[in-house]
Write a protein that binds this ligand. Structure first.
Ligand SMILES: [Zn+2]
Length: 504
């Protein structure tokens, strides 16, 4: 009747009859035919593909021996690849998914203008990504397809995010051998995708434009990312300051024109420093103790040091400091970088303590992110990355292409300035450490950091003399004061450089 006269009521009535047939007589030989008719009506006449998929997958699941099975399975495959609808489990287990790599639940950190998404898998996977434009009501989407992969039905629920840049994350078995992760995105200005080995994971970094550009942008990410620090001192000049320096430099004026002055201003402001926020990352924590030796744990030492350093930086630079952790809790390496990016930090300092199988080895070294052919540096990076040295050589290839936009030169300058200041300062205080120099290596925690970033290996916990130093408050205090002085020197040399540029 509907096909003849196109009256909606006729269509409704037929749906009613088919439903009755399938539910009242589930064992009748026409029950699956009725379900197929329902599926066809919803997909062809009503354009409701999700409902249609429900009926087709009902046939696949409940009537695998029936005559409608292969047609229904065919329809499901079409819907699945066109509309990202999950296949019924029986269809997936049909293909021997033991051969497939398991994609694990997606994790994310999101703020209003930055998101990091991590997708882990049971082994290395070939993946490809595509960015889709906004269509109709659908937002922009970035999707990543994992080849020869399988995802447990349990993990196929969409994850609503909505507070930040990301609206939601959808994961599904797109075809029998492809898992698709779709990110619905509020806005996107750039993105970066790379993978890290052991365990294999794909990292997606997305930058977008905040909907509301309030100065308290960082608040929401703070809550989301739980950096759980509550420092009262908030810097006032943060963004404005940076802009005024840049704009006056561009205009060829002296810097003075852009810099506010007055008795309320902090020393940092009067000096025209362009650093408003620093993220300090005490390494390890919780279930990950880091290096252990001489009755000490790396995670405890670096946390103590980080708290002292935060205090010092706030006091001497008047800037805001965020700690990635303030307690003995576990954080993944990717999360630490996400906290720095999500907070739009100007500098990122990761604090660690070194260890060596030979207890005589001692000294202080400072790292920045880069490729390396120094075996000792690679050994340290492998340890801090919690991965094998073998995996590290594969990583070099991955790194080569994601390093392009990282701040290598700035990070190198920061590393050298902090390191030199620290070595000199400790000497003056009679707490001297052997100078092992500034080195470069691929540390996971520094990968993707959008600001100058360094990693300090403070001293060797495995060396009895240095272990003794590391457990003394006097040493930790002096260490913190000198790092802080190093950061200040770095910032001042930056200002001097900007000044020069402005005058030229
Ligand atoms: Zn460490």
């Amino acid at each position: 009747m509907f096909e003849r006269f196109s009256l909606k009521n006729d269509l409704k009535e037929s749906i009613g009859y088919y439903r009755d047939c399938a539910s009242l007589f589930p064992h009748h030989r026409l029950a699956d035919d009725a379900l197929f008719a329902l599926g066809s009506i919803f997909s062809d006449k009503l354009d409701d593909n999700n409902r249609a998929a429900k009926y087709f997958s009902d046939i696949v699941t409940r009537y695998p021996q029936g005559d409608m099975y292969s047609r229904a399975a065919e329809e499901m495959k079409k819907l699945s690849s066109a509309y990202d609808i999950a296949l019924p489990q029986s269809m997936i287990s049909e293909t021997n998914h033991k051969k497939l790599t398991n994609v694990l639940p997606v994790k994310y950190w999101s703020s209003e203008d930055y998101s990091r998404v991590i997708i882990k898998a049971s082994g290395p996977v070939t993946y490809s990504a595509q960015l889709l434009e906004k269509t109709g009501d659908a937002p922009r989407r970035l999707y990543i397809d994992f080849q020869n992969s399988y995802i447990e039905p349990l993990y196929r629920r969409p994850v609503p995010v909505s507070d930040g840049l990301l609206q939601q994350i959808r994961t599904g078995q797109n075809t029998q051998e492809t898992v698709r992760v779709v990110l619905d995105i509020e806005s996107i200005s750039s993105y970066k995708i790379f993978s890290l080995p052991d365990p294999f994971r794909v990292v997606v970094d997305i930058r977008g434009v905040a909907r509301r550009s309030t100065p308290s942008n960082s608040k929401s990410i703070k809550e989301l990312l739980k950096p759980n620090i509550n420092h009262e001192q908030i810097i006032i000049f943060k963004d404005q300051k940076k802009r005024s320096i840049v704009s006056s430099a561009k205009a060829g004026n002296t810097l003075d024109s852009g810099i506010p002055s007055g008795p309320e201003l902090s020393l940092a402001q009067q000096l025209g420093l362009g650093v408003g926020k620093i993220v300090i990352d005490p390494g390890h924590g919780g279930k990950d103790p880091g290096a252990i030796a001489n009755g000490l744990k790396e995670k405890d030492i670096v946390l103590k040091l980080a708290k002292r350093l935060a205090h010092n930086l706030e006091a001497s630079l008047g800037c805001e400091v965020v700690l990635t952790r303030t307690k003995d809790v576990y954080l993944s390496l990717e999360e630490r970088t996400a906290i720095a990016n999500g907070n739009n930090a100007d500098l990122f300092l990761s604090l660690h303590v070194n260890a060596h199988s030979q207890s005589s080895v001692h000294g202080l070294e400072t790292y920045f992110l880069n490729l390396s052919n120094n075996p000792e540096a690679m050994r340290v990076a492998a340890y801090e990355n919690a991965t094998s040295e073998l995996q590290m050589s594969d990583l070099q290839d991955v790194l080569a292409h994601i390093m392009k936009n990282s701040k290598i030169n700035e990070s190198s300058r920061l590393a050298h300035t902090v390191h030199t200041t620290l070595v000199r300062g400790l000497n003056n205080n009679d707490l001297a450490l052997k100078d092992l120099g500034v080195k470069q290596a691929p540390f996971y925690v520094l990968i993707g950091a959008e600001m100058p970033a360094i990693l300090l290996e403070a001293a060797f916990i495995s060396n009895p003399l240095e272990a003794k130093k590391l457990s003394s408050d006097l040493f930790l205090d002096s260490f913190a004061v000198n790092i802080s002085q190093g950061v200040k020197n770095y910032i001042e040399s930056n200002s001097a450089r900007l000044n020069l540029q402005a005058l030229q």
